[in-house]
Ligand binder design. Sequence first.
Ligand code: AMP
Ligand code: MG
Length: 413
Amino acid sequence: MITVDEALKRILNAISPLGLERVGILDALGRVLGEDVAAPRNIPPKDNSAMDGYALRWKDTFGASPKHPAILKVIEDLPAGAIPKKKVGPGQATRIMTGAPLPAGADAVLRVEDTEKDGNNVRILVPVQEAQDIRRAGEDVREGETVIHRGEVIRPAEIGMLASLGRSFVSVYQRPLVAILATGDELAEIDEPVTPWKIISSNSYSSAAQVSACGAVPLMIGIARDTREDLMAKFRMALRADVILSSGGVSMGDYDLVKDILRNEGNRIEFWQVAMRPGKPLAFGEMGGVPLFGLPGNPVSSMVSFEQFVRPSLLKMAGHRRLFRKTVQAVTLEDIKKGKGVRTFLRSRLEREDGRIVVRMTGEQGSGILKSMVQANGLVIIPEDITLVKAGREVTVQVIDDGWWATERPEYL
Ligand code: AMP
Ligand code: MG
């Protein structure tokens, strides 16, 4: 038996990031940047106006007031995008719109609200500071500056920045293609006519969704029957993926042939008993050079093992540096009892109550009770050497639903 930490260490050591590919920036959301992105030019490219108003020489506005306005001659009109042609001299001003380049000679902008139009002149009603309401060339980004770094996750802000740098394509880490294979004679496809002795292969779908949820791409291989021939055929189909995920057939039963198959043909697969509940049986290794996870068959075990071992691996392959779920400390509202020597992951629901974070278990914790996952937003992690936690004590909870942080309604509404 190996510990969860030991299993995770061995797995992550065997997994490396995939190569890079170029994608259009609208396809880059959530991907990991594969290059340093530097600015080819200043943004903004030129000094420009932050206001609709007048570009002028600030010294011309000394002591101006509504009673004693400074009168300036308007020599030009500059909508955004227009190129200034005239230099602003003493006693002169240029009408300017937000974003228009600052004309030569001007050293400040006054917003239109503080002026009055008077034929070809403008009355300046307040004094202006030097450089007032000018956006400087390069004040957002300087030419040559590295704005986004390799390894950073691309969010909407990064996509806006890439656009503003004129980058319509960008290099990102490839998304892992993950073959998903269920095994078992008792399994049925989702749309097969149901018979009372068959169960629908829910693992295929929960795994595929877990794969998608961490930004990887599921490839559905379907169900392999518990025969050597069918298992071999289906595993061969899976070889074109970057990762193979199978479920079932890794425990001690007579028909757990996955083990035999995987041991064959020069595959490097190890079968572990991991000291955890749920999820004790786990296979890991590689088949034809492709990393392979043999997850346990029970629906909850399969999902929990995915969370602990597969998700960090897929994130690593996709170039991410932050591989692990956030954990929070929460007060358990129930006593928790468990056996010694295993790390336990209890399906649970985090809630904010009276300014603290509390956690309740989501009912029956059997590894076949998928409903306990449906109601869960966290997994309470009880360490190996603990056998009892009394209600009211703090426990560590792995947050498996980031949406939990969102609220229905902020307090100020
Ligand atoms: P096994 O490890 O193959 O003996 O499977 C353990 C338990 O998980 C059995 O009760 C199976 O019916 C169930 N199981 C295995 N594969 C799936 C699957 N793809 N979807 C749902 N349940 C499964
Ligand atoms: Mg089976």
